[in-house]
Design a protein around this ligand. Sequence first.
Ligand code: NAG
Length: 148
Amino acid sequence: MKFFYILNIIFMAFLASVSASSHVIDVINNCGTPTSVQLPGHGIFGAGRRTIDGDVRGGIAQPCSDINGVGCISVEFSLVDGVSSADITLIPPHRYDHKASFSLNNGQTGATCDNPNCGSCNAFYKYDDYCAQRQVNGPNSSIRIQFC
Ligand SMILES: *[C@@H]1O[C@H](CO)[C@@H](O)[C@H](O)[C@H]1NC(C)=O
């Protein structure tokens, strides 16, 4: 009985160690507009640099106060312990209102959309514009997002 108890503690410690990843999310907004950053399961934030412990799935950031980015350009991202990805989206109800750019893992990859016609390899205009998607692999991925 005691053996299994100890085994269980070791197993739980192992689970805690494999799931320990942290992600730096840095959002800069030079547009003079409000910033909203929605991180499901973690909260809603403004601009700034923060470290999130654990996975961030379906995060979204935009240079406007709508937390879903309705009416503005948005950067969507998932930062996980594995393949992390990010993209700029202009799929309606998103709309080009300001320049947006992001970089994953301090410049390993990224994208910029600086005009309404920046192209489907820089922003999603429809759901299958996969060319606009950027990915990195590994733990503790980070993203830097800049508006204007
Ligand atoms: C990832 O972050 C976790 C938590 O901060 C840390 O324990 C771990 O060593 C990091 N892994 C790598 C490969 O940097």
